[in-house]
Design a protein around this ligand. Structure first.
Ligand code: G3H
Ligand code: 13P
Ligand code: ZN
Length: 311
């Protein structure tokens, strides 16, 4: 099976009350860890590449590695551009083999966001590629841009129907209280998501797939592992998994996870070096990182996404 776009997987996810995991990939071990988990649990997957990942690993390497994962696993896998910030970047990914792109015009004013998103949709749809747009602004860090909690804004349900109709997007990322990075809430703060907004959005867009960015749970056992073995992330706090599970049973069809992968890999590698300081073969510690990622993704598929046996 070749790479797929997100159309069919989102339709099934919406109807089935589960979500597809969209995992950020930057190198071979991360791709292998994620897709080995998908294969073990027969789960459809989205592998997503940020502009930063593309710069780090090179477009062609990432495409070929993801194609290798498709061949190895036989799973339905979409290769998605995460947070595309221009028509040119989206075009380059579409021309270069991606099957899905996000055009993130959430920082623009409304009419500019509509115009840019529509332009990407026209180019993408003519080539069988699906498009994710965004309305509302998340707090946190993405590609070195730090949006403070004060500057973040929830999605306005009154805008979604107009935005989707005028742009033709296939899915919409909304802001309901998730945020990028490992520090989503302050210690002592009660984590909350605005399920009322999600419900209102899905009433305005019946059957339409919604996306949650910034949806890592910052799994405490990995934060502890990082801190136990010399790291310093004492106040890392994420979205409680039961809230994400609930969102997955609602209109949310795509849940973005990057920080949890970073934590799993870094925790495992820190542990490896603490326990075996004499090791210097990268296969030894990167192998542990890959195994930790596989375990993390299996956990997400079963306990958060509910997409096991849906491939
Ligand atoms: O939302 C951002 C993702 O976590 C990707 O992060 O831009 O540092 O690759 P990155
Ligand atoms: P996290 O930082 O919560 O993993 O979010 C990742 C993300 O939204 C990628 O687009
Ligand atoms: Zn994101």
């Amino acid at each position: 099976m070749p790479l797929v776009n997100t159309k069919e997987m989102f339709k099934k996810a919406y109807e089935g009350g589960y979500a597809i995991g969209a995992f950020n990939v930057n190198n071979m071990e991360i791709i292998q860890g994620i897709t080995e988990a998908g294969k073990a649990l027969n789960a459809p997957m989205i592998l997503q590449v940020s502009a930063g990942a593309r710069k780090y690993a090179n477009h062609t390497y990432l495409v070929k590695l993801v194609e290798a994962a498709v061949e190895e696993t036989g799973l339905p896998i979409a290769l998605h551009l995460d947070h595309g910030d221009s028509f040119e970047l989206c075009k380059s990914c579409i021309d270069g083999g991606f099957t899905s792109v996000m055009i993130d015009g959430s920082h623009l004013d409304y009419e500019e966001n509509v115009a840019l998103t529509k332009k990407v949709v026209e180019y993408a749809h003519a080539r069988g590629v699906t498009v994710e747009g965004e309305l509302g602004q998340l707090a946190g860090i993405e590609d070195d841009v730090n949006v403070s909690a004060e500057d973040a804004s929830f999605t306005d349900p009154d805008q979604v129907e107009d935005f989707v109709t005028r742009t033709g997007v296939d899915s919409l990322a909304i802001a309901i209280g998730t945020s990028h990075g490992a520090y989503k809430f302050k210690p002592g703060q009660n984590p909350q998501l605005r399920f009322d907004i999600l419900e209102e959005v899905s009433k305005r867009l019946p059957g339409f797939p919604i996306v949650l960015h910034g949806a890592s749970s910052v799994v405490p056992e990995f934060v502890e592992m990082v801190n136990t073995y010399g790291g310093k992330m004492p106040d890392a706090i994420g979205i409680p998994e039961d809230m994400l599970r609930k969102a997955a049973t609602m209109a949310v069809c795509k849940i973005n996870i990057d920080s949890d992968l970073r934590l799993a890999m870094t925790g495992a590698i820190r542990k490896h070096f603490a326990e075996s300081p004499e090791h210097f073969d990268p296969r030894q510690y990167l192998g542990d990182g890959r195994t930790a990622i596989k375990g993390m993704v299996e956990h997400k598929i079963k306990n958060v996404l509910g997409c096991n046996d849906k491939a």
